[in-house]
Design a protein around this ligand. Sequence first.
Ligand SMILES: [Zn+2]
Length: 98
Amino acid sequence: MCIRDSPWSLHTRAPADAGLTHWLLSTAALALGLWLSERGTCAWGRCAAPDCHRYFIDTGRRTPQRYCTPRCATRVRVAAHRAQRAAGPEESSGAASR
Ligand SMILES: [Zn+2]
């Protein structure tokens, strides 16, 4: 498979004795590589949650994706909210006046 007018191209070549599983995996990897290359350099990333080590594929929403799942985003947002409340009323009143 080749993209015309591109300085590079992605290929897959299965060994002669490759089975169906190998062919399916190499085809899926090629399709993923093409999909990632067409979407630019920020199509994937590492989750921004401090205790999460997962990676994600950005699904193309308007804002760049920062977390692997909504669950990680919610967990970080709740922790920030709790830290702000624990910091005291002067911190939260300063944040509310912005
Ligand atoms: Zn995560």
